[in-house]
Design a protein around this ligand. Structure first.
Ligand code: GLC
Length: 616
């Protein structure tokens, strides 16, 4: 029977046309190339054999580091496992340890009665960022400033290869949020405040990750468009645990919701994205993870999404206080798989009870499992000759120079030149004394930001290797040049030029919500020291979002927004020394004060510091 699946899959794949990149998002989202329902005939016999426990198991996604024992994967017929932000292998954070962890989990799943392989999911959102040695690309906001969908497709393709090098076959990316308020700690995970840019680059990312369609290509991974819907449109003061914005409430009418936040999902669905993650946030007080109209009627009905919905991390707990009722509401609203890191025994028990009590119809369970099996079938996991072994060639290329070159190019194209009075920029190659200053000049952790080795990221050496900005400056400056570095910039007086690299320390999610968006005091002091020296000054801002920079901008002779460039700091030096002429354009409006926010392309306010699209 599985051979039949394989033959059919090959015929199906060959017969489908490859949708052209950039197909209009309003195109028919169920175009032949993407219809996962074409696999339903092959799935039916498998579904018919499954017990209720085996079906519920497919809908359950624990975190590997919260398993009571890895044998729980077999005991609960688990259909998926994730590694959340800090969930590393017990035996070390190396390519080998990750690959061994993946294989152990997969072998557990394949030793069940039906042997259905699991999908292993991670947040590879700017490279395979959990794993030491991976190439870390710029976060999405910087990529949004490149305006280059082809580059985003290439980056996603490399990310897929580095993820597959560990055997893992699913990333919770791309994030196609449309951030409307820079005070949100996840602004950098979005490409742009403009839904059209988010749509075009999100589509390119899906193509790069999955290929023209989901298939058994061992160099592609399953993508996940997130977080559905309006995660970046919440109002201040409604956030997580009374936080500012994250996981808060989006308030507004359906026309705005569709125009701003639903728009990127047309292209993602049309590109054949296999999974979508509903958001923690809510719309006019109703949590997305229990929103039947948006998850089922709109996304699955109107847009024709045929893959499956994966909840966010314990997100269904927020639907309603009683956990069993939350499960009932979320599953009936259309949630197909639940990210239930540690509470998986209760989840499976309650869902089984709900089905036996008739509160969740078996038809809903069958629909969810069908959607999950469609994806597994399309990816070859149900094929006779399926093997979970990682490809040694991919392991060989993990973190390779060729991959780093693409990341360097992405850094070059993401930088935006905001000011240049001709006195300091570009740095003359013949400069003999270059003073480098600022807390982000020699800090890979600050360069990479959140979601890097650790969930929150970490200042300092994140041991994932790479080039700091000052290292890049040293290797680019003339051999005779004397390049000094001091965080406080007190030695700037007798230099030809000063390069001051300031910005944000790493953060992720609600930990990054900020009411003020001001520069850190140590950065203000550094700028003051260098300004007092009278030396021409180029300021480089390493941040996940626009900050309030007015005074610093006035003091600088040149000012560059570098966003969160990742491990390849050489790309910053290429721009600083004129080896790459700046091409980046802002994909987000730059406010001149916090009380202007939310300020975006639809509410252009000419008192903003720089409008979307700006870049010298
Ligand atoms: C997090 C994030 C989501 C991520 C998931 C798994 O809370 O909201 O983006 O994919 O949990 O780590």
């Amino acid at each position: 029977m599985r051979t039949a699946i394989r033959i059919f899959s090959v015929v199906f794949a060959l017969s489908s046309t490859t949708a052209a990149l950039g197909e209009s998002p309003t195109a028919d989202a169920t175009s032949a190339a993407k219809k996962l329902s074409a696999y339903d005939e092959q799935i039916k016999p498998l579904l018919a054999k499954m017990t209720l426990q085996e079906k519920i198991g497919q809908m359950t996604q624990p975190d590997q580091d919260s398993l009571q024992s890895e044998t729980d994967i077999e005991t609960f017929f688990v259909g998926s496992i994730l590694s959340g932000g800090n969930s590393d292998p017990q035996d070390g954070n190396t390519l080998e340890a990750w690959t061994a962890l993946y294989l152990r989990c997969q072998k557990q799943a394949m030793s069940t009665r039906l042997g259905i392989p699991l999908l292993y999911g991670v947040d590879a959102v700017h490279g395979h960022n959990n794993v030491i040695g991976a190439v870390i690309f710029p976060h999405n906001l910087g990529l949004g400033c490149t305006g280059d969908p082809e580059l985003i497709r290439e980056i996603s393709e490399i990310t897929a290869k580095e993820v597959r090098a560990t055997g893992i076959e699913w990333t919770f990316a791309p994030c196609i949020t449309v951030p409307q308020d820079e005070r949100w700690g996840r602004t950098y995970e979005g490409y742009s405040e403009d839904p059209k840019i988010a749509s075009e680059l999100g589509e390119a990312a899906v193509f790069g990750l999955q290929g023209p369609r989901l298939s058994d290509d061992p160099q592609r991974v399953l993508g996940c468009a997130k977080h559905f819907l309006g995660d970046g449109g919440t109002r201040p003061g409604t956030g997580h645990a009374d936080g500012l914005l994250d996981q808060g409430d989006m308030q507004g009418d359906e026309e705005m919701v569709r125009r701003m936040h639903l728009f990127p999902y047309y292209a993602a669905v049309d590109a054949g994205v296999g999974t979508i993650m509903p958001s923690y946030s809510s719309w006019n007080g109703k949590k997305m993870s229990g929103h039947k109209y948006l998850m089922t009627d709109v996304l699955k009905g109107e847009l024709g999404f045929e893959g499956f919905l994966i909840s966010d991390y314990n997100a269904i707990d927020q639907v309603t206080p009683d956990y069993k009722e939350a499960i009932e509401q979320s599953i009936n609203a259309g949630m197909d798989m639940v990210m239930v890191p540690s509470n998986y025994a209760n989840f499976t028990k309650f869902l089984e009870e709900l089905v036996n009590e008739g509160r969740v119809p078996m038809s809903r369970i069958d629909d969810a499992v069908t959607r999950i099996l469609r994806v597994k079938c399309a990816m070859g996991l149900l094929d006779d000759d399926y093997s979970p072994e990682a490809d040694p060639a991919l392991q060989e290329a993990f973190g390779s120079a060729a991959h780093r070159d693409v990341a360097r190019r992405a850094v070059q194209k993401s930088l935006v030149l905001l000011k240049d009075n001709g006195k300091a920029f570009p740095i003359a190659k013949g400069a003999t004394k270059i003073c480098v200053a600022g807390k982000c000049a020699d800090d890979i952790g600050n360069q990479c930001g959140g979601w890097t080795i650790d969930w929150q990221g970490k200042s300092g050496e994140v041991t994932t290797g790479g080039t700091t900005i000052v290292e890049a400056i040293r290797s680019t400056a003339a051999d005779a040049a004397d390049v000094t570095f001091s965080e406080d910039g007190k030695d700037a007086a007798d230099a030809d030029v000063a390069i001051v690299v300031i910005g944000e320390k790493p953060y992720a999610e609600f930990m990054g919500d900020s009411a003020e968006l001001v520069l850190d005091p140590e950065d203000v002091a550094t700028i003051k020291n260098v300004t007092a020296s009278g030396t021409p000054m180029v300021v480089v801002l390493v941040s996940g979002r626009p900050l309030i920079i007015n005074d610093t901008l006035d003091a600088a002779d040149a000012f560059i927004a570098a966003w969160l460039p990742g491990t390849e700091g050489q790309g910053v030096a290429d721009v600083l020394f004129g080896d790459y002429k700046p091409t980046g354009k802002l994909s987000i409006t730059w406010p001149s004060s916090v009380d202007q926010i939310p300020l975006n392309s639809t509410k252009q306010d000419d008192s903003c510091l720089f409008p979307i699209g700006f870049g010298l």
